[in-house]
Design a protein around this ligand. Structure first.
Ligand code: SF4
Ligand code: SF4
Length: 165
């Protein structure tokens, strides 16, 4: 979805956003119930935990040490070919990453994850122009139907677009 500003080649050399430290578990993607029912059949080692009305991957058994820095990969990451999910299965969180929809004290905002090295090489104005040309509204409309994907705003996430209502 962000291919106009982030290429498949850049992501293929990275893969950072498909592995999670314990401290970044809040960032694991959210799936609908109907999708996880399919995924449990196709990927029998996958585990899920409920988040509101949605579900996310449960990586708790994947960590082998007590270190906060240990990383565990998403169940659907193939180290060579990337994400194994098809378009219907892939969660919105992953389609829009490194963008996030967040809520501060007053507003819904589209914010940029600071840990994506590639997108953060772009001038922030370029990202703003892209988001404000339509994808921001698209994300907001989707989030209205699945509000559990809206995260609490974090001050280190640059705000790309603010919704006034
Ligand atoms: S962290 Fe950024 S560059 Fe790396 S795979 Fe994710 S979106 Fe692509
Ligand atoms: S669902 Fe796919 S894109 Fe999303 S974190 Fe897992 S492997 Fe990565």
């Amino acid at each position: 979805m962000l291919s106009k500003i982030l290429s498949k080649e850049q992501c293929a050399d990275c893969g950072f956003c498909c592995v999670f430290r314990r401290t970044s578990i809040w960032e694991t993607p959210l799936f609908s119930k109907s999708v996880i029912e399919k995924l449990k059949t196709k990927y029998q080692d996958s585990e899920f935990v409920r988040v509101g009305d949605l579900y996310t991957i449960d990586l708790s058994k994947e960590y082998k040490t007590d270190s906060d820095d240990e990383e565990a990969a998403c169940f659907f990451l193939d180290k060579k070919s990337g994400c194994m999910l098809n378009d219907d299965e892939k969660p919105l969180d992953c389609k829009i990453w490194p963008l996030r929809i967040m809520k501060d004290a007053e507003h819904l905002v589209i914010a940029l994850t600071p840990t994506c090295k590639e997108i953060n090489k772009l001038p922030v104005e370029t990202v703003k122009e892209f988001v404000q040309s339509g994808i921001g509204e698209y994300i907001r409309d989707k989030a209205m139907k699945m509000p559990d994907i809206i995260k609490e705003y974090r001050s280190d996430f640059p705000v790309i677009m603010t919704f006034s209502d």
